[in-house]
Design a protein around this ligand. Structure first.
Ligand SMILES: [Zn+2]
Length: 139
């Protein structure tokens, strides 16, 4: 069993695959209450810092992120997409893409990486699958 959240199976408890892209995978986050349409773009191979990527990976990862961001905006209209990479807990390079609404949850602030504990409820599979199909229709 891998210790890495994304190289192992741990992530599968909290998100579902949307698509395989050029150098990464797109996943739909399981916590959707505050930011419907939130996705993660995760590099296929294990790398932790941008400077570890080859030129091809740098270009491909940026392209993959833009592709998913465009699809999110089309499927889940929003006022602004937010992008976030931390890696403190899960070091494997991945980008959170978070659609936000004016006057919505955390508008004008950094998005919350995790919802409040009482709202850490995974949405039902059928609902998540429907959201995934909305994204896929725009990829
Ligand atoms: Zn990894």
């Amino acid at each position: 069993m891998s210790e890495c959240y994304y190289c192992g199976d741990e992530y599968k408890k909290y998100m579902k695959p949307i698509a395989e892209l050029s150098v990464s995978y797109a996943y739909m986050a399981g916590y959707q209450k505050y930011y419907p349409g939130r996705c993660i773009v995760c590099l296929k191979r294990h790398a932790e810092e941008w400077f570890e990527l080859t030129d091809e990976e740098l270009c491909g990862f940026s392209r993959d992120i833009a592709t998913v961001a465009r699809a999110i905006e089309a499927a889940f209209p929003c006022d602004k997409l937010n992008y976030g990479i931390c890696g403190d807990g899960n070091r494997h390079l991945h980008m959170h893409i978070v659609p936000k609404l004016k006057d919505g949850y955390t508008w004008g602030k950094l998005f919350e990486m995790l919802p409040p504990v009482e709202d850490q409820i995974l949405i039902p599979d059928a609902q998540l699958d429907a959201m995934i199909e909305r994204i896929r229709a725009h990829l």
